[in-house]
Ligand binder design. Structure first.
Ligand SMILES: [Zn+2]
Length: 479
């Protein structure tokens, strides 16, 4: 063979050898995963998933992601004290300092129990319902979480990097609408919700939009909001770690507040040309009285705003409900309406799908339209008591719906993304390749720009090659 021909063929040979090597590493990794899974070796699974690249965490609340210990450190820095009756932060001289609290093991432990899910399941005493406990925690640290955006986002990034997570899409804050609201609109929207008159309702929305746009305070609230996001993001080196934000409205507020905030959210995503803000969500307990009462109205708001801002992606908490939490008939339509009426791009939780009247049609549509479902196993177990075979993750998988694995509120739940993969692998029969596909879903179904997704996928491929090579090497040497 001539020298030039050898030179020409060399890259092809290198490629074949490298493909064979990757294929062999993948095969050994699969074998090792099957072994620890079938042995029920949860410690082995934890080590495996700690090291496995996990792509993105797409269902992530900033304030719920931080641990109570961090909030106490910040409270100490601000010179705040803690009231040992209410467990709230304040400045009263009669309350104890954070330093004294930290030196008192019993009191310190108590704050962790009140401010998070710590010890909730291990203690036998009278306690509030788990869903109420979970959502109440935000009332203790919500305010201070906003005073330390730089430190908070940095901590979230550091934790993510330590467990090999490449991307976070977090719900940081919402636009504080500096516009004059008209409480009469609440009654008008409620009446139209009662009659399901969408024609007149959209006229109300339209005149409300005009009033918002004409309000002298509106532009400032939007620019302030976007500026706040960019200032918060300053501490993250975008070339080293990718973090993006979702805006959101709170579904337990009166309809005019929800609509005004949603309008501000959609508009802010469009105004933010650099796309740090990538989507819109709706949050807060779905079983709350107002959230249940206004569900139809909220779906119409999303539908209307999606038409107005067609490029804006939406991710909706929908179906975070279970039997016994609400009336059975209220379990029958939330995911369906988020998909068919509100045109959601992703569904958060989606737990009540087995109870929904049009479940099959919804699953088909989610598959056809590439609407992913975000699975939050610990959160669903704690808040809803839904776990194991009661959880619909297999229903989604079997219907061909794209699955992503996420944390929801790692700080409140006192877990991390690794633990969610351990639960998934130990409870359900997914292979390594299927789980790897879920990891890639977390980039594919994120709301990043296409070029950013492509770059992160490439990075993820390289990380998986390195991970599988390391597993293959360790497993080979251990035998
Ligand atoms: Zn959530």
């Amino acid at each position: 063979m001539k020298f030039r021909t050898i030179l020409f063929l060399l890259p092809v040979v290198v490629l074949i050898v490298s493909c064979n090597k990757h294929g062999r590493n993948l095969e050994i990794t699969e074998r090792y995963f099957d072994k620890i899974k079938h042995e029920g070796d949860n410690a082995g699974l934890t080590m495996f998933f700690t090291q496995m690249p996990k792509g993105g965490d797409l269902h992530h609340h900033y304030s719920g992601a931080l641990y109570a210990e961090t909030y106490l450190d910040w409270a100490g820095k601000k010179g705040l004290r803690i009231n040992t009756d209410s467990w709230r932060l304040d400045t009263n001289r009669s309350d104890i300092t954070i330093d004294s609290l930290k030196r008192n093991t019993a009191l310190y432990r108590k704050v962790l129990e009140v401010w998070s899910d710590e010890d909730f399941s291990d203690n036998f005493h009278l306690q509030e319902p788990p869903d109420q406990h979970f959502f109440n925690t935000f009332g203790y640290f919500g305010n201070i979480s906003k005073d330390f955006y730089h430190a908070g986002l940095e901590e979230i990034k550091d934790e993510a990097e330590k467990e090999n997570v490449q991307y976070i899409e977090t719900m940081l804050n919402f636009p504080h609408m500096g516009v004059k609201l008209n409480p009469a609109l609440n009654d008008s929207m409620e009446n139209l919700q009662y009659s399901k008159d969408t024609v007149r309702l959209y006229k109300v929305f339209s005149s409300f939009v005009n009033a918002i746009e004409a309000d002298p305070g509106y532009n400032k609230s939007e620019t302030d909001y976007i500026k706040e996001l960019y200032t918060a993001h300053e501490s993250i080196d975008d070339t080293a770690f990718t973090m993006r934000f979702q805006a959101y409205a709170v579904r337990t507020l009166p309809p005019e507040n929800v609509f005004a905030t949603l309008y501000g959210c959609f508009d802010a995503v469009v105004r933010d040309k650099s796309a740090l803000l990538v989507g819109v969500n709706i949050v807060a307990p779905e079983n709350n009285y107002i959230a249940m009462r206004d569900y139809w109205l909220h779906m119409q708001m999303f539908r209307y705003l999606k038409k107005m801002f067609p490029s804006v992606k939406t991710d909706m908490h929908a179906g975070e409900l279970c039997l016994g939490m609400v009336k059975p008939q209220d379990l029958t339509y939330h995911i369906h309406d988020a998909v068919f009426t509100a045109n959601a791009d992703r569904i958060g939780h989606g737990v009540d799908i087995p109870y929904e009247t049009e479940a099959q049609a919804t699953l088909k549509k989610m598959k056809a339209d590439s609407i992913a479902v975000e699975i939050n196993l610990t959160s669903n177990e704690f808040i809803l008591g839904v776990k194991g075979n009661d959880h619909p993750v297999n229903l989604y998988y079997d219907a061909g719906v794209a699955i992503v694995i996420s944390t929801d509120d790692a700080g409140v739940s006192r877990n991390n993304l690794t633990s969610q993969y351990v639960l998934l692998a130990s409870r359900y029969h997914y292979s390594y390749q299927q789980i790897k596909a879920f990891v890639f879903n977390s980039i594919t179904y994120s709301f990043m720009k296409p070029a950013e997704k492509a770059a992160l996928k490439e990075k993820l491929n390289r990380k998986f090659d390195a991970f599988e090579a390391a597993i293959a090497n360790d497993y080979h040497n251990s035998k």
